[in-house]
Design a protein around this ligand. Structure first.
Ligand SMILES: *[C@@H]1O[C@H](CO)[C@@H](O)[C@H](O)[C@H]1NC(C)=O
Ligand SMILES: *[C@@H]1O[C@H](CO)[C@@H](O)[C@H](O)[C@H]1NC(C)=O
Ligand SMILES: *[C@@H]1O[C@H](CO)[C@@H](O)[C@H](O)[C@H]1NC(C)=O
Ligand SMILES: *[C@@H]1O[C@H](CO)[C@@H](O)[C@H](O)[C@H]1NC(C)=O
Length: 393
């Protein structure tokens, strides 16, 4: 018996003995990979695993693989796990993904797990250079790394998303979805590379995760409920954001967010809620709780901005119609890069209600920060900066 077959026997023994004894394992290498490209093989191995009865596992061993745009769908005949231990590389040329909204889509699966020490490398540099969305409203959107659409009872564990061409992860229409020990990495200068964007989903948890990127760390779109972001490190990037909301008439409310024990390092914002002025959206934002947060040299550590209007894309003629209520900032400490470390700019037509500052201890250049408050009377408990008078109030 040669070394290779001994290794194979030991490996299959290990695979069947530990934890995954009940899963049938589908090794991608058996499905072909001409010139290292697994686009077709991935689709084939998924179909086989998804169609098998009982729990199944697709396995992509360590190594380097190329892959084009792909969509894999359920329903499957049992729980399914995709364990990636290798590096999967997207084409660098954005056009090679043929306008796919996301490079890899997992859709309509119940009991789905993506795991392993693998890396999904979006090779975004060319796309970032071509990005003119700051100037051009109808700009071409490059593909995001991951689309997780309409999944129930899903987990993403350990995996790394690297250098996406656009957002790293888009979660849409999911229920009971946990990210644990997930990593997002891209340069601070990479445009639009949000870490995890969640929309129209319920019960999503982001735990024990590190996100360093060029845009929002975590962002919540409309229709998010019961979202937990805990033990997460963000930076560089734009911080944790609810919104922007209000742009479209048919948005759903955003409720029950808990952000706890997170550290933001060198980000533009810390924790932020933003809505557009002069737009049709009216759905409320309520029950947003930020606690035990450490800020390290953050430009705007605590910010509610109901006049969010980047690149002067809108007019501030009429105020936002979105009501923001029950927002607590508790045990927020660290350093701000601006004197106005707490900014609460609420809407004139629907002022914020129930905004609480409880032990907010932020310093700018060694002195306590100010709070700038417009159309809001925060409830202060413990230590917190006083609202300074502002002209607009
Ligand atoms: C799914 O499994 C059934 C029965 O095991 C088989 O007849 C069918 O060909 C499989 N379909 C695919 C797409 O593999
Ligand atoms: C959530 O999904 C996990 C699997 O990822 C499952 O074990 C758990 O029972 C689900 N929880 C609920 C409340 O359905
Ligand atoms: C807070 O999060 C860090 C990871 O950033 C973790 O190491 C630590 O154990 C967490 N603390 C608590 C009390 O959970
Ligand atoms: C920071 O504080 C020092 C003295 O404490 C002062 O000389 C300096 O001008 C301050 N810098 C800014 C940007 O306020």
């Amino acid at each position: 018996m040669n070394m290779k077959s001994i290794t194979t026997i030991v490996l299959s023994f290990l695979l069947t003995t530990f934890g995954i004894a009940q899963s049938a394992v589908f090794d991608i290498r058996k499905y072909g990979a001409p010139s290292g490209d697994i686009t077709t093989a991935f689709g084939d191995v998924w179909k086989a695993a998804c169609n098998s009865t009982g729990a199944s596992k697709v396995w992509i061993p360590s190594g380097s693989y190329k892959m084009g745009a792909i969509v894999v769908k359920g329903p499957c005949n049992g729980p399914i796990e995709v364990q990636v231990d290798g590096t999967i590389i997207a084409p660098a040329n954005p056009a090679a993904l043929h306008d796919a909204y996301e490079w890899i889509k997992f859709e309509y699966v119940d009991f789905f797990t993506l795991s392993g020490k693998g890396v999904f490398d979006g090779q975004g540099a060319i796309a970032w250079n071509q990005n003119d969305c700051g100037k051009n409203k109808n700009c071409d959107m490059a593909s995001m790394n991951f689309g997780f659409n309409f999944l129930k009872h899903a987990t993403v564990r350990d995996i790394t998303s690297k250098d996406s061409k656009n957002f790293h992860v888009n979660v849409l229409g999911c229920t009971n979805f946990t990210f644990d020990h997930f990593t997002v990495t891209a340069p601070a200068t990479s445009l639009n590379t949000d870490g995890i964007h969640i929309g129209r989903s319920t019960d999503v948890k982001i735990l024990n995760t590190n996100i360093g990127t060029g845009d929002d760390c975590v962002s919540l779109g409309d229709g998010c409920k019961q979202i937990t972001v805990q033990n997460v490190n963000c930076g560089p990037g734009h911080g944790i954001s609810v919104g922007s909301l209000g742009k479209y008439p048919k948005e759903e409310p955003v409720e029950q967010l808990l952000v706890k024990n997170c550290t933001l390092t060198n980000t533009d914002n810390g924790v932020r809620i933003k809505t557009w002025p002069s737009t049709p959206g009216t759905n409320p934002i309520t029950d947003m709780h930020f606690e035990d947060i450490t800020m390290v040299d953050v430009l705007n550590p605590v910010i509610i901005d109901q006049e969010y209007c980047p690149w002067n894309q809108c007019s501030k003629q009429s105020p936002s119609k979105i009501k923001i209520s029950k927002v607590t900032f508790k045990n927020i400490k660290g350093t701000s890069k601006t004197k106005d470390g707490v900014i609460l700019i609420c809407s004139k037509s629907v002022p914020c209600e129930g905004v609480e500052l409880n032990n907010v201890a932020l310093t700018f250049n060694g002195t306590e920060v100010d709070a700038k408050c417009v159309n809001v009377k925060p409830i202060v408990t413990g230590k917190a900066p006083k609202c300074v008078a502002t002209a607009a109030a």
